[in-house]
Design a protein around this ligand. Structure first.
Ligand code: COA
Length: 189
């Protein structure tokens, strides 16, 4: 692990919603991940690499992978138990100053503003690390995710038409982005 990863490995970031926080994934989270991730209503608006059905082996493989990059992949927790996940993946090459945000939360915890609180948190982490932009792509029709990003100050930047095939449906891909100066202008630093 590099220095940033070592710093993140033990950190916990409380969210503005009581009992909820971000922390790295760790061994022991497998059953909680499985319980929330094995749901077609979660997988249905994510990339196909998110397994569906989701098995305990998938949970083990995810935790192995995610816990080795604690600066990128965070568990969303309630009372320290995993209820979802959020990531801030640095781009490469000419995209290296931008980070892609991705997230999901267990169906039973939706509609409480937890993911917006997690997005606000991770955006703060990434901008303080020096990223210039955070971005996310949303499948056409995923109004809940679009709303999350709009509530967090992201701008809708455009649409890639008929760019996605998910579960047999051809969908648009809607592009959202937030610049560091926009985040600073809304009272953050
Ligand atoms: C998208 C997701 C992360 C939202 O998380 P959440 O913590 O429930 O977010 P919120 O509590 O802010 O609720 C969603 C918002 O969308 C709105 N919303 C939900 N379904 C909606 C719909 N069909 N049409 C319009 N708005 C909708 C809610 O009313 C709420 O907005 P409000 O606070 O203004 O009322 C969650 O539904 C999820 O994990 N979905 C599956 C995975 C996924 O799609 N990830 C994102 C991929 S880009």
């Amino acid at each position: 692990m590099n220095a940033t990863q070592q710093n993140e490995a033990e950190r916990r970031y409380p969210l503005r919603i009581p009992d909820f926080a971000l922390r790295p994934f760790r061994s022991g989270d497998e059953e909680d991940v499985l319980r929330h991730a094995d749901n077609p209503n979660v997988a249905g608006t994510l990339l196909d690499r998110f397994p569906s059905p989701y098995t305990i082996e998938d949970a083990r493989a995810w935790i192995d992978f995610a816990s080795s990059r604690p600066d990128v992949y965070f568990a969303i927790t309630r009372l320290d138990r995993v209820v979802g996940a959020i990531s801030g993946e640095p781009g490469e090459d000419v995209f290296r100053e931008s980070a892609e945000i991705g997230y999901w939360i267990g169906e039973e915890w939706r509609g409480r503003g937890v993911v917006p609180a997690a997005v606000e948190r991770i955006v703060g982490i990434l901008f303080r690390r020096g990223f210039r932009k955070c971005w996310a792509d949303v499948f056409g029709g995923n109004a809940a995710s679009a709303r999350v990003l709009e509530k967090c100050g992201f701008q809708r930047e455009g649409v890639r038409r008929a760019h996605v095939v998910k579960n047999g449906a051809v969908l648009d891909l809607v592009l959202y982005g937030l610049l560091r100066e926009e985040w600073e202008d809304s009272g953050n630093e």
